[in-house]
Design a protein around this ligand. Sequence first.
Ligand code: GDP
Ligand code: MG
Length: 184
Amino acid sequence: AGKLFQFKLVLLGESAVGKSSLVLRFVKDQFDDYRESTIGAAFLTQTICLDDATTVKFEIWDTAGQERYKSLAPMYYRNANCAVVVYDITQSSSLDKAKSWVKELQRQADPNIVIALAGNKSDLSARRVVETESPAVPRGSEQDWIDAKPYADEAGLLFFETSAKTATNVNELFTSIDKTISSQ
Ligand code: GDP
Ligand code: MG
């Protein structure tokens, strides 16, 4: 008989970065340009076969990013095995927000929680303001740009740039979380 893992996963991040869209892509392989924003939190499940012998059932809590629901977040990340903290590569403030969620998780959540940072909307590369890595040639003052990958490495996070719209790296993100947790 194969192994069945059950993971509780929570999505956190600023409003409109694409948390619900990433879940919709992962669970239903769909995308919707005009999504209604999440109120409170939504619950979904998805089962994936990692290999012939291993099945993973994700219980996904998709939270609302709005400040007014912030006090509810601990309810969702308490007992979570994994968290996906999402920012939007076209909004630098959303990376700041993501960093503050990571800090909160590292202080308050289960010490074994696996945290992935997802830089979403990678299809909007023309409007990118958050860089992946520093380019070889510096571009002016430090304040002009922010690099996500060095931050993720430093903070011990899994890191992917994703697009819920084109599906780029969405399965890779969730599969890498599976592999990390099931090898813990
Ligand atoms: P949430 O508030 O974080 O759950 O964000 P939503 O999933 O509701 O998405 C907010 C808006 O961004 C919606 O209009 C989505 O269609 C759009 N969106 C989400 N993901 C992507 C993406 O990867 N690329 C693009 N271009 N738009 C996206
Ligand atoms: Mg949402």
